[in-house]
Design a protein around this ligand. Structure first.
Ligand SMILES: Nc1ncnc2c1ncn2[C@@H]1O[C@H](COP(=O)(O)OP(=O)(O)OP(=O)(O)O)[C@@H](O)[C@H]1O
Ligand SMILES: [Mg+2]
Length: 530
């Protein structure tokens, strides 16, 4: 029986090194990432792993600006820079086969996340770097030290203090006329985000940028909208505008001086926010409505008053006065100590297991592996329900185990009929012909502006299918050759969804016609898993 009790042995390349691990820990806005990046910048080769696509972008931009050529790699995009020996990636994309002089894993407390934790654990155990810098919450220190006891690495902890004050307000926001330049209102439903934006803009004093996480990071442009126009250029344009808009809120001369965002902004980002205003301290977590946790409240609040920004003092408050006691107590409490880190078997391990059970299907292999996994107290097995559903579908197809593994970790939403049908179709066509043309499942140029909630939902599902195609095209380039078309249709989907949401029950504010730049961040871990 194979066990998961020694996951550090899954990564022999990293184990051949004695890594110098430095843990940079402290409150938000204390310079943890800054100091780790300084080391990265001065190294001959390096890797930055972040939890968000925009953070990976922020770091790539910073390094390139400092004349350190740096590639950007996320689940959905690759930008290679000539001569680059550095890479900035979303953590799921970390390449464990190359040697690095220096690597940074940001927001390392995410090892404890139910859905994405295993990717942080994989990076923690598997990056073969001489120097490994881990940035995050002090609550992760005992667990990381425990995990690294068996790796032979040296571990040093550096503590940091907040660089600029963060002041919880004694009073709630009050009327919306109290909104000021640099405010960021945080809420958790997309409908609420657009409602708040409309309410703020109807006061006639501010224009709002929008950031949320349920869609991938693309943004509206006011470019001509014909799907026939420059298909291959379209997705690059939206990517460009995302970045332009991400910097726009930071720009003092910009008219978009207020941000309305979901908790997708709650990690690491350095935006010019003066005050965080929680519209609520409750969110739906996919299963139930619950209060935000202490770390969530602290992370989100920590976006206000970033050191070096034009707001040297951050403030935080709520719309509802009844939320203030929870806000104050959370900001005054330490995060609970992390007990265990997420884990998911590597392909090599599953392959070995399948050799021992040659007649078993992939679903059975995965299921038995998960049942028999004996974990040390430091780990938990990540939630794999979705993957088991995919494995059950794939077992009817003549696919190799590596292909099955790849489809299983893809960003499909098996609870969405259209998305799961998309996956089945892609896998079937791939098994039959070895090549999957997009037009076999989707006709480009047929996307329409939704007029009902049902049509909106359908468009969101189509978006997921296109997203899946793009994801697969990055891993099986020859077999999924229509990436450009899929990516541009995906961008058009985003434009249409956003148009519908902005129109939802609202007239545009009379002050001026908006060219509002929404910014979508990734929050769904499955989006860029690998
Ligand atoms: N010594 C320094 N000199 C100049 N700027 C700094 C210094 N330390 C930090 N900064 C700047 O302060 C801001 C906050 O730093 P940083 O992003 O490293 O904080 P952090 O502790 O990683 O916060 P979070 O927990 O939110 O990720 C950044 O814009 C960073 O560039
Ligand atoms: Mg940071």
């Amino acid at each position: 029986m194979l066990t998961c009790s020694s996951p550090h042995t899954w990564y022999p390349v990293a184990r051949r090194k004695k890594r110098n691990v430095v843990l940079h820990v402290g409150p938000t806005n204390s310079g943890k990432t800054y100091h780790a990046l300084k080391q990265l910048e001065s190294s001959s080769s390096g890797l930055y792993c972040g939890p968000l696509r925009l953070l990976a972008w922020e770091v790539a931009k910073k390094l390139n600006k400092a004349k350190v050529p740096c590639d950007l790699i996320t689940g959905q995009e690759r930008e290679e820079v000539e001569g680059a020996k550095h890479k900035s990636v979303t953590v799921e994309m970390a390449d464990l086969s190359s040697d690095y002089q220096c690597a940074v894993v940001d927001e390392i407390q995410m090892v404890g996340c139910k859905t994405r934790g295993f990717s942080f654990t994989r990076a923690l155990l598997g990056i073969p770097a001489d120097e490994l810098h881990l940035c995050g919450d002090p609550a992760a220190v005992p667990l990381i030290q425990q995990i690294l006891k068996v790796t032979g690495d040296s571990v040093e902890v550096q503590y940091y203090d907040r660089l600029s004050p963060l002041v919880p307000s004694k009073v709630p926001l009050g009327p919306f006329s109290n909104i000021q330049r640099g405010d960021c209102i945080v809420t958790f439903s997309r409908r609420e985000i657009y409602r708040l934006k409309k309410e703020i803009e109807s006061q006639g004093k501010h224009l709002c940028s929008v950031v949320y996480g349920s869609l991938p990071p693309e943004t509206r442009t006011r470019q001509p909208r014909s799907p026939l126009l420059c298909l291959s250029v379209w997705s690059k344009l939206t990517e460009f505008f995302l970045r332009l808009q991400a910097t726009m809120f930071n720009d003092e001369s910009s008219e978009f001086d207020v941000l309305v965002a979901s908790d997708a902004i709650g990690m690491g980002l350095n935006l010019n926010i003066s005050r965080i205003i929680f519209s609520t301290l409750q969110k739906f977590d996919g299963v139930e409505m619950r209060d935000l946790t202490v770390p969530e409240i602290k992370q989100i609040a920590g976006r206000a008053g970033r050191y070096g920004s034009k707001f040297p003092r951050g403030e935080v408050t709520c719309i509802d006065g009844e939320d203030l006691p929870l806000l104050h107590s959370a900001l005054g409490s330490p995060s609970p100590i992390l007990e265990c880190a997420g884990l998911f078997p590597t392909f090599d391990l599953l392959y070995l297991y399948s050799r021992l059970h040659p007649n078993a299907g992939f679903h059975q292999i995965l299921e038995e592996f998960l049942h028999s996994a004996k974990l040390s107290a430091n780990y938990f097995i990540s939630n794999c329900e979705e993957m088991l559903k995919v494995a059950a579908v794939l077992d009817d197809l003549p696919l190799g185990i590596h292909d099955k593994y790849l489809f299983c970790i893809s960003p499909v939403d098996m609870n969405d009929d259209i998305s799961s049908q998309g996956l089945t179709q892609f896998a079937t066509n791939y098994a039959r012909k070895g090549i999957v043309r997009l037009k076999e499942i989707f006709t480009p140029g047929t996307l329409k502006l939704p007029t009902t909630q049902a049509a909106l939902k359908e468009l969101e599902s189509i978006h997921k299918v296109l997203d899946l195609y793009v994801w697969l095209s990055f891993r099986m380039e020859d077999s999924f050759p229509d990436r450009e078309v899929a990516a541009s249709q995906k961008s058009i989907c985003n434009l249409l969804i956003e148009d519908f949401l902005e129109r939802l029950g609202s007239e545009r504010p009379s002050r001026k016609r908006l060219a509002t730049p929404p910014i979508y961040l990734e929050r769904n871990g499955r989006q860029c898993r690998f």
